[in-house]
Ligand binder design. Structure first.
Ligand code: CTP
Length: 404
């Protein structure tokens, strides 16, 4: 009973593969799910609503109102733990990608807050058409899960890609998702920096900052939860991670952090630099403790290497680079300047003006600036869930760039 207690809305659209949906409903129910079917008029030409009602034990709904009763799409959308659209025709893909709402199925999709799984089905030329592929990319970009199409004999008589995944494969996809086996970053190596750096003045003093390392560690764990093998380069911090997929390299200074990153980066597909690296270090570290003999004390500082900018210079197309920006004024302008200047794919902007955001807190309020996309303002949330949002958006970005 791998789907025990899961409430699934199955949306069926007009494709010959719709004839397989009573079997799909049977499999979902056998796996423990409760299923409600929503069917389009075109789908009813390929499969009988009565068959679907019989196997699911609920009426197969097709319109927002059935004469005197209103089928509450919002209620259905909120009821569901998951919405599965199988088969999903080219027409419905286009509507979902563009927010159209001309039938009950689209209305439920727009009202749902749960994960949505889409199993497309169409002829190969339709499937490969740039307009359909662009709709698929858009839908992935919204966070929908696209179940890969199958290869084989098509209704047109041609052979190729575009068949709906078999009901058993769709079931496995959902089982993997809910059993936490959904690991889109499996096999991917990631580099994360976190914490402050300390720049020694003499054997007992340093220049540092208030970074706790919590945000970077949360990012490392969020990547690892999605299957990535993570190297965490951690400045002096009291925080630790025990995640089995995260290897920690402890460093103290910006120079050490730079060296560790340069050594790791060429094996990593992803780098997220969350560390608050000191921009300057004392030009000389005094070998003995400095005495307070003088009334004034001048310290000459020299610039540290910018790790993010250095990685941006050597980044290959298969690598995705994310930086952070902590700003106190003209936040968006400064952050988008960093996106450009450091050749990053994403900048996570923290504003110190936001209550509960920034150093030391367990919460954070961030804005994501993503290359070629609109900015994404996220609400105040725990650093753990902010890290999850960063990683989810990074996965979407890599899908769009076809690097996952
Ligand atoms: N960063 C880095 N190496 C540095 C300085 C910063 O890798 N020597 C990275 C940080 O980890 C962060 C991003 O660059 O991902 C932005 O850092 P920030 O200090 O906010 O910006 P700076 O580029 O240093 O610019 P400024 O201090 O002028 O705002």
């Amino acid at each position: 009973m791998s789907l025990k207690g899961k409430k699934i809305v199955l949306g069926v659209t007009g494709s010959i593969a719709a004839y397989k949906t009573p079997q799909l409903v049977r499999l979902l129910i056998k796996a423990g799910a409760e299923v409600r079917v929503v069917i389009t008029d075109a789908a009813a030409l390929f499969v009988s609503p009565l068959s679907l009602a019989t196997v699911s034990k609920y009426p197969a709904l097709s319109s927002v109102s059935d004469g005197s009763t209103w089928n509450n799409h919002v209620e259905l959308g909120l009821w569901a733990d998951g919405m599965l659209i199988a088969p999903c025709s080219a027409n419905t893909l286009g509507k979902l990608a563009n927010g159209l709402c001309d039938n009950l199925l689209n209305a439920v999709y727009l009202s749902s807050r749960c994960p949505v799984f889409i199993a497309p089905a169409m002829d190969e030329d339709m499937w490969l058409h740039p307009s359909v592929q662009s709709n698929v990319s858009r839908l992935k970009g919204f966070g929908n899960h696209l179940i890969p199409v199958g290869h084989g004999e098509l209704a047109s008589g041609l052979t190729g890609d575009g068949r709906m995944a078999e009901p058993e494969d769709i079931l496995h996809y959902l089982e993997n998702f809910w059993e936490g086996k959904y690991r889109p970053l499996a096999g991917i190596k990631a580099l994360v920096t976190a914490g402050p750096t300390y720049e020694p003045i003499d054997p007992v003093r340093f220049i540092g900052n208030f970074s706790s390392g919590k945000m970077g560690i949360a990012v490392a764990e969020a990547l690892a939860d999605k299957g990535a093998q993570v190297t965490l380069v951690l400045g002096p911090s009291n925080e630790r991670t025990t995640h089995s997929m995260v290897k920690t390299i402890s460093v103290v200074t910006a120079l050490e952090m730079y060296d560790a990153c340069m050594a790791e980066f060429n094996q990593c597909q992803i780098a997220i630099l969350a560390a608050a690296v000191a921009d300057y270090r004392p030009l000389v570290k005094a070998s003995e403790k400095i005495k307070k003999n003088e009334t004034e004390f001048n310290l000459i500082l020299t610039k540290n290497n910018d790790i993010l900018a250095s990685l941006g210079k050597i980044k290959e197309p298969w690598q995705t680079l994310v930086g952070f920006a902590l700003e106190t004024n003209n936040e968006l302008e400064h952050a988008s300047g960093k996106l450009e200047a450091k050749n990053a794919d994403m900048i996570v902007l923290n504003s110190l003006k936001d209550e509960g955001a920034g150093f030391g807190h367990d919460t954070n309020k961030i804005t994501l600036l993503i290359k070629g996309k609109d900015n994404l303002d996220l609400p105040l949330q725990s650093k753990k869930s902010a890290a999850g949002a960063i990683v989810d958006n990074l996965i979407k970005l890599r899908y769009d760039q076809e690097t996952v």
